[in-house]
Design a protein around this ligand. Structure first.
Ligand SMILES: C[S@@+](CC[C@H](N)C(=O)[O-])C[C@H]1O[C@@H](n2cnc3c(N)ncnc32)[C@H](O)[C@@H]1O
Length: 305
């Protein structure tokens, strides 16, 4: 069985998911109603610890493990960091094991385990989500994960999320993987990005005169690029960065006849971005409160790259 799992893992890492599915016994179960989409393979404890470190779990976190097996990830998060959370698994044997694990470790006040399909689980409470699933399952989950609160942290053991590239990935030795057969583990970490694409408009005084800024952002997952229009002139934004809801970018544009460096930082909060702008030029240095609001049209501007 262990050997089969190792071959299984190698196959699904190296061939397209559809082909892997056709080639592997377990995948026959994937389409069946409320049957596990993934076989049970526990994450080694050292890998669990690293996953929780990657997500920087604290007592303020609420962690959900999708396909929680014997509950080790949720139980470790509670015992080591004081986090609360729950796990879901379709297999009732795993739920019994997870509850016993929680009792043994004295964390039943912080964690719970539910026999439930991960695709039908409300994830809105989560600040951290962990997974050890399969590439195809990750891809099926991806739209739901992208709808989570911006800033929600995700960690996946061994499998990525297709073209949603991880913010951080690491490979580590996992000597006790596959019941001691050993191997390595890949870990992937993402922060759910805020929806930033589109037009935004803001106005604030610069040297006492109201100045309008119109922004157009393009976005692919956490990667954002954009253009700003200042006094009728489009200027490329070269360095936009989005982490969860936190957006930062800078550009230099002419204002009141002189070049001014603008450094913006703010939180994207639905239809608003609220933050601060630092302005510096030969004639001015200022820090101003900045609010941008969504704008359906921004001077017919296209983002330039
Ligand atoms: C690879 S194991 C990972 C267990 C645990 N998260 C860990 O890392 O040790 C995957 C688990 O997902 C469960 N599972 C598979 N498909 C599921 C589904 N659709 N809903 C809930 N659980 C599922 C399996 O029963 C199995 O226990």
């Amino acid at each position: 069985m262990q050997r089969l799992l190792m071959v299984f893992r190698r196959v699904i890492r190296t061939v397209p998911p559809a082909l892997a599915c056709a080639s592997v016994l377990f995948c026959g179960l994937a389409r069946a109603e409320n049957q596990p989409s993934v076989p049970y393979v526990p994450t080694p404890q050292a890998v669990v610890d690293r996953m929780l470190d990657m997500a920087k779990v604290t007592a303020q976190d609420y962690l959900i493990d999708l396909g929680s097996g014997d509950g080790r990830i949720v139980v470790t998060a509670a015992k080591k960091f004081g986090a609360r959370g729950f796990g879901v698994d379709l297999n009732p044997v795993r739920i019994d094991e997870a509850n016993a694990n929680a009792r043994k470790n004295g964390v039943t006040d912080k964690v719970a385990f539910y026999q439930r399909n991960l695709f039908e689980t409300d994830l809105s409470q989560a600040t951290v989500i962990t997974m050890y699933l399969l590439p195809r399952v990750n891809l099926e989950l991806r739209p739901k994960l992208l709808e989570l609160k911006p800033g929600t942290r995700l960690v996946s053991h061994d499998f990525d999320m297709g073209d949603w590239k991880a913010d951080v990935s690491v490979r580590m030795d996992a000597a006790d993987k596959f019941s001691g057969a050993g191997g390595d583990s890949d870990l992937y970490f993402w922060v759910v990005p805020a929806k930033t694409a589109g037009g935004w408009r803001s106005q604030f005084p610069v040297s006492g005169k109201p100045q309008t800024y119109e922004f157009m952002f393009e976005q692919k997952y956490q990667l954002v690029s954009g253009t700003v229009q200042v006094n009728g002139r489009p200027v490329k934004i070269p360095d936009a960065k989005l982490r969860g809801a936190q957006l930062t970018f800078s550009f230099t544009a002419e204002v009141n006849g002189a070049p001014v460096k603008h450094e913006f930082s703010g939180r994207v909060d639905g239809g608003r971005i609220i933050g601060q702008a630092a302005l510096s030029g030969s004639r001015l240095t200022a820090r101003v409160e900045w609010i941008a609001e969504r704008a359906a049209r921004v001077a017919g501007m296209e983002a330039i790259h």
